[in-house]
Design a binder for this molecule. Structure first.
Ligand code: NVA
Length: 304
């Protein structure tokens, strides 16, 4: 059960996820409210951001609260200032911290030392806020999560890890196809399989994109090179050749399959040019739902 902080999807149980989705749905209907008057969120970002930064900022504003944004140039986590000290200092000023870090351990340490809740706004290993927005989006478009067949095609990265854990918790079937050597971390796979044994979720991890796409309700992809991996871009382009979500894959998916991508996208690489703007795409609903899902997380973590 979610207690202090949201660092990993593993901090949640199935009831937390369904509760957060319910809260997000109702907050989405309600629009701006002022429940968080006097509350402050610190946004502490080591990596670039469009969606996460703006969606957290607007979420706090619409809830009547306030945000303070700090880039790592100003803070120098672990360099200019130990992570522990930054956590203890920020805890004296703000009510909640949202951190985007390279090392997952940095966000874990912030949560460990902070006396206020910490939200993982993406680390090298996970992106729990994205996975919650994804589940909210699938629920909106498909009316349920349990029994939905999601195919994730591409890098077994932070997005794939959080999506795998979240799907396994709620009983959604998830099939992942990644090139050899780019599969989701084995410890995450093992944890997801434990969750699936309880929820009934079916998990397939393979290199075969047609196997996962056949009959899928959702085709999901993400960039081949994540933030911090830019120097590997050329090698990854070769290694991921053929791992593209395109109209050919939609032809073997379910007739009403939807396209998902957490963005930013490299059009023409992991996703065929143009299809993000097509009728199958729910990509911009996903982006909007970041804000509604994060409002739900803030509600759960901030004691109003
Ligand atoms: N895997 C991507 C996700 C961006 C939201 C990255 O880490 O850069």
């Amino acid at each position: 059960m979610l207690s202090h902080s949201l660092v990993s999807i593993a901090d949640l149980d199935a009831a937390d996820i369904t509760g957060l989705i319910d809260t997000a749905v109702s907050l989405k209907k309600r629009g701006p409210i002022k429940d968080f008057a006097g509350k402050t969120l610190a946004l502490l970002f080591e990596k670039p951001s469009l969606r996460t930064k703006v969606s957290f900022d607007v979420a706090m504003y619409q809830l009547g609260g306030h945000t303070v944004f700090m880039s790592d140039k100003e803070v120098g986590l672990g360099q200019r200032e130990p992570v522990r000290d930054a956590a203890l200092v920020l805890s004296r000023y703000v009510d909640v911290i949202s951190a985007r870090t390279f090392a997952h351990k940095t966000v874990q340490d912030l949560a460990k030392y902070s006396t206020v809740p910490v939200i993982n706004a993406l680390s090298d290993e996970e992106h729990p806020c994205q996975a919650l927005a994804d589940l909210l989006t699938i629920h909106e478009h498909k009316g349920k999560l349990e029994g939905i067949n999601l195919a994730y095609i591409g890098d077994g990265n932070n997005i794939a890890a959080s999506l795998l854990l979240a799907s396994a918790l709620v009983g959604m079937n998830i099939n992942l196809a990644s090139p050899n050597g780019y599969e989701v971390d084995v410890a995450v796979q093992a944890k997801a399989k434990e969750y699936a044994a309880i929820s009934g979720s079916k998990i397939v991890i393979t290199n075969d994109i047609r196997e996962v796409a056949a009959g899928a309700d959702v085709l999901y992809t993400d960039v081949w090179a994540s933030m911090g991996q830019e120097s590997e871009s050329e090698k990854r382009k070769k290694d991921f050749a053929g791992y593209q979500v395109n109209t050919g894959l939609f032809a073997i998916a379910a007739g009403d399959a939807i396209l998902m991508h957490d963005l930013p996208a490299h059009h023409g690489d992991e996703v065929e040019h143009g299809i993000i703007y097509g009728e199958r795409s729910v990509v911009f609903d996903q982006a909007e739902n970041r804000m509604h899902a994060q409002k739900a997380v803030l509600y759960k973590l901030i004691n109003t």
